[in-house]
Structures are given as C-alpha cells and as structure tokens.
Design a binder for this molecule. Structure first.
Ligand code: 9WN
Length: 446
C-alpha cells in the first residue's frame, strides 16, 4: 500500500465495520461493540464525521448500568449465537436485576471514554466544523461519564487507593498478558459445562489465549454471574481480585479530560473538586506501585497480597497518567528505549512489544504475551507527546504508520517479523491510524 492510501483504507475499514450507530470491533472475530474499542474508534471516526463519532459513544452509554458501569461488551442482537463465545445468552442470567440493560456483559474495560469524547471536540475545532454540536454532546454525556468514573472510584476502589480493581483479566483489556499469570494460577477452576470457542474458528490457536487460560476466563465469568455482578460480593468472593495499574493510569487522564468536560457542561464546583481528588489519589496510588527492581509500575494481587511484577507495557502506567516524579519518567524512558522494549535490536520496527522479550512469559505470536499492538502504541504516543517527549512520540508514530503499510490493519503484529496477527481489519487499528495521520492539526491543552 502507498503511504498516501492509508487514510482511504483506514476509513474503508471503519465503514466496513459500521453497524449504523455503533462499530463492531472487527468483521468476524468480534461482531459486537466493545467498550474501550468504541472509545478509540470514536477518535478515528471524528476525522471522518464528528456527529457519527459522538453517536458511537452515545450508543455505548445508552447501555450504561444504573450503578454507572459501562459494560465491556454491548451485544449485537443480529449476530448469530455461534459467532462469539461467551455471547449474550451466556451473560443473560447476570442481568437478572431489573436495572441492568439487556444484551450487555457484566464486566468493564479501561475508561478511555472521556478522553475520546473530549478529543471529538478537539478534532471538530481543528476541522473547523461541528464544534458547537460537539460541545452540546459533551454537556449531554458529562453526567454519564461522571457516574462511570464515580463507579470506578468507589465500587472498584473501596480502599480509596486511587487504583482500579478488576475481577477478570478481560477487564484489563490485556487478557492473557503475563501481568495476570500469577493471579490466574491461584484460581481453582470449578465445574464448567463444555463450551466451544468461537475465536479458534477465525484465528490461529497459537495467536489466541490457551485452553488453560480460557477455562479460567469462563470459570471467572460464572463466578461473576453467580454473584449477580454485585461488587461487594465479588470483593469478598471472587478468586481473581487485582489492582490494574494501566486502567488506573487511564482513569487519571480520563479524569483530567472530565474536568475539561465539566467546564463545558457548566458542572457544579463540588463535582470538579471530587474529580480533582480522584486525580490526586490516582497519581498517589500509582506512585505506591512503582517497582524500582524493574523500573516500571506493577499490578497488585489483592487476594494473594503481593505484587504482580511482569515487565509489560502496562508498567508504563506513570507515563500514561502523567504528572508523576521526573526521576521515574527518566527511568521509564530509559526502559522504553532499552532492549527490554523498543530498543531491542531484533525488532522489525522499534515499537514496544506488549510483553518484554526478556520476560519469561514472552511469546511473540501470542496475543498480549509479546505482539506489538498499534492501539497501545497510540496510547504511548499520546502520553509521550503530553510529557513533552516530542521526538520519541514522532518516532513511535512514524514507525507505527510504517508497520500499517501492509494494509492489513491487524489487531496485533509479530514484533520480529512485522507479520499481522489476530484479526485483520480491526477497527481500533484503523481508528488510531486516522488520528496519527491527522495529528499535526489537533491542538490539546498540555
Ligand atoms: C475479550 C475487542 C477486544 C479488546 C480486548 C482484547 C480482545 C476479547 C476476546 O478483544 O478481548 O474481551 O474475546 O479476546 O483483548 O482488549 O477490547 O477488540
């Protein structure tokens, strides 16, 4: 593909996956609407049509739970039951409570939504069209975003630690990452009925989580359903209970975006004071999870009361949250450039693998255990830019775009060969490409 064709191809991928008011994550592997995918997709869509981009987030928020939770999947009623497992029928019993919207999963994913919503306005301003409507949209969704962040700051952080608790690796969005190996090993699988994995019909099994991992994923879904997704019960009983530093870092930045949205929505000062407390608490919580042995941030297993110290891209959480200690930023940049990540001399492109090649759980083809994820590079690029690391950011962007010249818009890439893996025509890959390509024009507050 020629560089000048990327924009048109990326737009075509989003069109192909457009289901009218929402976008499926990919054409076959993921026929539903995923929470954090949708947020990234909205950023890409905004470069094509800011009204449609706002609609993407609105359609997700239409399925928000009463308690503020944004479900990790909103199921497509038209998708055949065998197209994705576990599908809506599997989750139905969790939605027993009358206030739970039908056709949603009971989990959640990292809170990128406020960032995406605000970016729609920034893009509208850069394009010189639709800014007034984007502002109206932000005022409209502000209470929902506030409720979402409040849910994360309370039900998912009863300790007031500033860190988000998850009940399932799917909630981290980095499902089979070595981040969770230790915590998953401690999960004893109970009785689960036979199940058939739909993903293996679409993707090479070596590129997907293993059967061992899936049994634990499905067992945890059953435990969560069995507790009717009640956070207090899950806090007591869920065998997997962990503090996720990546989701927590994203929440810090999302809260900063929410403060800007609060201004547009003319929200009461009391709300803003609360959001400022969450930001402060989040940065403090991440500081406490700094692991000097690996110069990265570590997740925490609340059940085993111990650190989960794998070297993965989630460890860059303080860079993503921003505003942390400058000596830690220096350490993070050193690790980022080192052979543990983007400086590894064997890489096809100097782009950080999802798991460090020096880590024992590293596997270059297996999903979050090693492949390079364009969407993660977008997050790191955006964070580097916001930290004033313009040169590194520019390099990350240009190599990421070079990687996408294969025209596959892969879900993830083999780090040493650059081969596209997982699903092709993955919506969020196309979306971040569109944002990279339009980058120069979009202004953001530092
Ligand atoms: C489970 C849709 C989602 C992403 C996740 C990614 C993968 C699902 C799966 O696909 O997870 O939620 O079936 O493997 O890990 O980050 O949101 O693209």
């Amino acid at each position: 593909m020629r560089p000048e064709d990327i924009t048109a191809r990326a737009a075509a991928v989003l069109r192909e996956n457009d289901m009218g008011t929402w976008t499926r994550a990919s054409p076959t592997l993921y026929p539903h609407q995923w929470s954090w995918d949708s947020a990234f997709i909205a950023i890409g869509l905004a470069h094509l049509d800011t009204v449609r981009a706002a609609g993407e987030i609105r359609s997700l928020l239409d399925h928000q739970w009463e308690n503020g939770k944004i479900p990790h999947i909103v199921f497509n009623p038209e998708a055949p039951p065998e197209s994705y497992f576990p599908g809506p029928e599997h989750w139905a019993s969790a939605a027993a409570a009358p206030d739970v919207p039908a056709m949603t999963s009971g989990l959640c994913q990292p809170p990128v939504h406020a960032l995406a919503a605000l970016r729609i306005l920034q893009i509208a301003e850069a394009r010189g069209e639709g800014a007034a409507r984007a502002r109206e949209f932000l005022a409209e969704v502000y209470p929902k975003l506030l409720a979402w962040h409040r849910y994360l700051a309370t039900a998912r952080d009863p300790e007031g630690s500033g860190l988000v608790t998850i009940y399932h690796p799917w909630e981290s969005g980095t499902d089979n990452s070595p981040r969770w190996t230790g915590a998953l090993e401690r999960v004893e699988v109970g009785k689960i009925p036979d199940y058939e994995r739909a993903d293996l019909g679409h993707v090479e099994p070596s590129e997907r989580p293993t059967g061992y991992e899936y049994d634990r994923f499905i067992w945890l879904v059953d435990v969560i359903k069995g507790a009717n997704c009640d956070d207090a019960v899950l806090y007591r009983e869920c065998p997997f209970l962990a503090k996720d530093v990546l989701a927590s870092a994203i929440l810090v930045r999302a809260n900063e975006a929410l403060l800007e949205i609060a201004e547009i929505a003319d929200a009461p000062e009391e709300d803003r004071a609360t959001v400022r407390t969450w930001i402060e608490r989040g940065r403090k919580g991440l500081e406490e999870r700094w692991n000097p042995d690996i110069s990265l941030c570590s997740d925490y297993d609340l059940r085993a009361e111990r650190s989960l110290s794998a070297r993965t891209i989630a460890g860059f959480a303080p860079l993503i949250a921003g505003g942390g200690r400058s000596d830690h930023l220096g350490d993070l940049l050193r690790i980022f450039d080192s052979r543990a990540f983007a400086g590894n001399p064997d890489l096809r492109w100097p782009l950080p693998p999802s798991t460090s090649p020096g880590e024992s759980g590293f596997q270059p083809r297996s999903y979050w255990r090693g492949p390079v994820w364009p969407v993660m590079n977008w997050l790191l690029w955006w964070s580097l830019k916001r930290s004033g690391e313009k040169k590194r950011a520019a390099q990350l962007k240009s190599y990421s775009l070079a990687q996408l010249l294969d025209g596959c818009f892969g879900e993830y890439y083999e780090p040493f060969t650059g081969e596209a893996l997982g699903s092709d025509d993955q919506s969020w890959t196309a979306a971040v490409a569109l944002d990279w390509l339009a980058d120069e024009e979009v202004a953001e507050k530092p």
